[in-house]
Write a protein that binds this ligand. Structure first.
Ligand SMILES: *Cc1c(COP(=O)(O)O)cnc(C)c1O
Length: 402
């Protein structure tokens, strides 16, 4: 692997909230000559792959797979159930909620945005109230981001469903689980989610380039009633594929399929509940360190209530420009890359240099998280950024308790 002359020796660590760290088994599975797409191993892998994806999403429903990033599956999902002129209700708790709303508007839909700010969760009471006021049932879908990766807020999707049911509203519930699937507890069927979108490059530990749209029979019925759907985005042939090419509407992302197979093998070997517990424990270690630093200094966690924090990404604030200085220091001195702030303020605003994020999704364990936190603590010291003492020790206690 080419080694940047600027990077310090040793293995570097990309701790940004996607793309996430890729396991060796995923990389190795992809390192092969071009496989045949008409016959043999690759086409034969698909039925089990689809079944294993459903297990991760906790659904008996359908899945359509796309050669696309998260933005692609936002559009794919909307294209199957929303026609120009129709209305969606978007529950925004950060940059990505607004992004999905913009995608809907680009497709000619009317997006009504309920904005809960950048450091609070969706308020189900406001959702119920808004839906009750929609007596004509013009809102065709409610769009909710499970974990908004910019703010690191984790929304209660089951509570959104309960609010919809309390309002007696027939809209579809569509969830963005791009940052949460394979990290945070998510129950598609159990929580009454009709459509769920996710991507390959976060909790699923595969390079960017593959996206997934899960949908249930209720959403499939809405799709059937659509006057027209883009041939490429249409989920029906992909979900009902009888031939390998039908899954992809053309050539498959061959190497991604092998990578995904290896990742799903890892996920099912560990068990999804164990994966959720691992992410929760490592997140608690990160919070313990950050809260200790915060108590004696200027660092702030964006989400105050631990019950509302993501287990896969943490959004933080330091007085500008110290967040950027810290990121630059850990990258230059340690080979540790932290995430930039996203969507909190405009990138051209000097205050932008006061935000940063930690990605802790997918292929992460205790020694990586302790290395991440130790690197940040060293940076805080090196740069004379005031902080409470003992963050790393607080984190190691959480990890010691398991
Ligand atoms: C990463 C992310 C996206 C966008 O995915 P891309 O692959 O960058 O297009 C959308 N929503 C959430 C919650 C994300 O974390």
């Amino acid at each position: 692997m080419p080694h940047s002359p600027k990077a310090p020796a040793g293995r570097s660590y990309l701790a940004i909230p996607g793309p996430s760290v890729m396991p060796e088994s995923v990389l190795n599975a992809m390192h092969r000559p071009a496989p045949n797409i008409y016959d043999g191993e690759l086409p034969e892998m698909m039925p089990a792959l689809v079944a294993d994806l459903r297990r991760v999403a906790r659904t008996e429903g359908h899945v359509a797979i796309y050669i696309a990033n998260g933005h692609g599956v936002w559009e794919a999902a909307l294209s199957n159930v929303i026609s120009p002129g129709e209305k969606v209700l978007v529950l925004a708790t950060g940059f990505f909620g607004h992004g999905w709303a913009g995608m809907a508007e680009g497709l000619g839909a009317e997006a009504q945005v309920l904005d809960f700010g950048k450091s609070a969760t969706v308020d189900p009471a406001r959702v119920a109230e808004t839906l009750k006021a929609d007596r004509a049932h013009e809102i065709k879908a409610v769009l909710a981001v499970h974990v908004d990766t910019s703010s690191s807020v984790r929304n209660d999707i089951a509570a959104v469903r309960a609010a919809m049911d309390a309002a007696g509203h027939p809209a579809l519930l569509m969830a963005d689980c791009i940052a949460s699937l394979g990290c945070d507890v998510f129950e598609m069927d159990g929580w009454g989610v009709d459509v769920m979108v996710t991507g390959s490059q976060k909790g699923l530990m595969v390079p960017p380039g593959m996206g997934f749209v899960f949908f249930n029979d209720k959403a499939a019925a809405v799709r059937r009633a659509m006057p027209r759907v883009s041939n490429y985005w249409d989920w029906t042939p992909r979900a009902e594929a009888q031939q390998f090419s039908h899954y992809w509407n053309g050539t498959a992302p061959t190497h991604h399929v092998y990578g995904l197979r290896a990742a799903l093998d890892m996920i099912h070997a560990e068990g999804i509940e164990a994966i959720w517990a691992r992410h929760a424990m490592l997140a608690r270690a990160i919070w313990a360190a950050c809260e200790t630093w915060a108590a004696g200094g200027a660092l702030q966690l964006n989400i105050q209530d631990p019950a509302h924090r993501s287990h896969a990404v943490t959004s933080l604030h330091l007085p500008a420009p110290q967040a950027t200085a810290l990121r630059e220091w850990t990258e230059r001195e340690l080979g540790l890359t932290l995430g930039i702030g996203l969507g909190m303020v405009d990138v051209n605003d000097p205050a932008w240099h006061g935000f940063f994020r930690l990605g802790h999704m997918g292929h992460v364990n205790g020694h990586m998280i302790l290395g991440l936190l130790g690197g940040i603590e060293a940076g805080l010291k090196a740069l004379d950024i005031p902080h409470g003492a003992g963050g790393l020790s607080a984190a190691s206690e959480v990890i010691a308790q398991g």
